[in-house]
Design a protein around this ligand. Structure first.
Ligand code: FAD
Length: 320
């Protein structure tokens, strides 16, 4: 079924897990084992990314099918316009439809490796808005459509000073509203580490009449280098207190991971305290941090939200 229904339930905090397609068959097997354990905690849905430039199309389609029909979790497949003529887009959509999937994250996609700028291919789409329109035109209400939102504006318009101008930010929001007006049901945000920026973004979206659920994308910090790479790529603001906390421990992997769990938990607590009831976890295909953030209150760790049962964690987590 479409995930919008699950997200709209009153009073219920829900969470979801994002995965990406591993490069090897062993990797895929491992991912399914992990996913199976994570799905035992009842996420509202899980999603699988579409490799940059369509590089993982077949693997993504296959994983999405197995998630929906073997792991039995409500599944959302990402789909991008990069290198995708409309025939290929339709092949992907009709494949997932015939496999019973009803949820798509419609994206423009990044330029393929080695290219700076996104280029619309012949017979393809220029932006996510085109893709949303196409899905609604051709498939009616069959699919639940999610789109990406950028609390700090899209990186293309973030300047060398690390911020977007007020005008660029406003244009970005107006464009996001067009994606919603064209038929998107849910917004999931780009990762961020300054929770106030996310809360302001939600407020700004509401001000211009975006009423759909806006789901914060939370990426627990798992390792220092990965964090620096990812925030550099996405031009994400790193608040000074996070830099100060990470600097002295950056070579201690375990300490960084624990800090990442602590930080992710505090961010989620603040978001939940503002009445937002959904959390989307970028797992990077790892289970420990995402689950630890959702752990029960009163567990032996100090980091916890109390959204999942500890008994289940004890049964399923190999690291205990
Ligand atoms: P769009 O919504 O099309 O737009 C990006 C920006 O371009 C807009 O914010 C706006 O500023 C500008 N723009 C575009 N068209 C117009 C227009 N007509 N008028 C005015 N402004 C316009 N990438 C992958 O390759 N695979 C994935 O699986 C994937 N998953 C993602 C999941 C999430 C939750 C997020 C946030 C990003 C993901 N990405 C993924 C990255 C994404 O593809 C890139 O950020 C890409 O550069 C933009 O995609 P988009 O769908 O946001 O683009």
């Amino acid at each position: 079924e479409k995930i919008r229904a699950g997200l709209a339930e009153e009073g219920n905090v829900v969470f979801s897990f994002e995965f990406f397609p591993p490069k090897t068959e062993d990797g895929v097997d491992n991912l399914f084992e992990r996913m199976d354990r994570m799905v035992a905690h009842n996420p509202a849905f899980c999603d699988i990314t579409w490799g940059a430039g369509g590089s993982t199309a077949d693997v993504t389609l296959d994983i999405a099918n197995k998630m929906q029909n073997i792991i039995c979790v409500e599944t959302m497949m990402h789909l991008t316009c990069t290198n995708m003529p409309v025939e290929k887009i339709d092949l992907a959509l009709s494949t997932i439809k015939s496999n019973g999937l009803q949820n798509v994250l419609a994206l423009r996609g990044d330029p393929p490796h080695g290219q700076d700028k996104f280029v619309q291919i012949q017979g393809g789409f220029a932006c996510a808005l085109d893709l949303v329109k196409h899905i609604r035109d051709k498939y009616g209400d069959y699919f639940g459509i999610t789109v990406a939102g950028y609390p700090e504006a899209h990186p293309d318009v973030i300047g060398s000073d690390g911020v977007a101008s007020e005008e660029a930010y406003k244009n970005d929001l107006a464009y996001l509203k067009r994606k919603v007006d064209a038929g998107a049901d849910i917004i999931i945000t780009q990762l961020f580490y300054d929770t106030d920026i996310f809360l302001k973004f939600v407020n700004d979206c509401r001000q211009i009449g975006i009423t759909c659920p806006i789901v914060p994308g939370i990426m627990p910090i798992n390792n220092y280098k990965g964090f620096i790479r990812m925030t550099g790529f996405c031009k994400t603001k790193i608040p000074a207190e996070i830099t100060a906390a990470l600097e002295p421990i950056k070579d201690n992997e375990e300490a960084v991971k624990n800090y990442g769990i602590h930080l992710g938990t505090e961010m989620c607590k603040k978001i939940l305290a503002h009445g937002i009831k959904t959390l989307h976890l970028y797992t990077l295909n790892m289970e420990k941090s995402a689950l630890a953030i959702l752990m029960p209150k009163n567990s032996r760790t100090w980091q916890n939200l109390g959204l999942i049962e500890e008994t289940k964690i004890l049964r399923s987590l190999p690291w205990r």
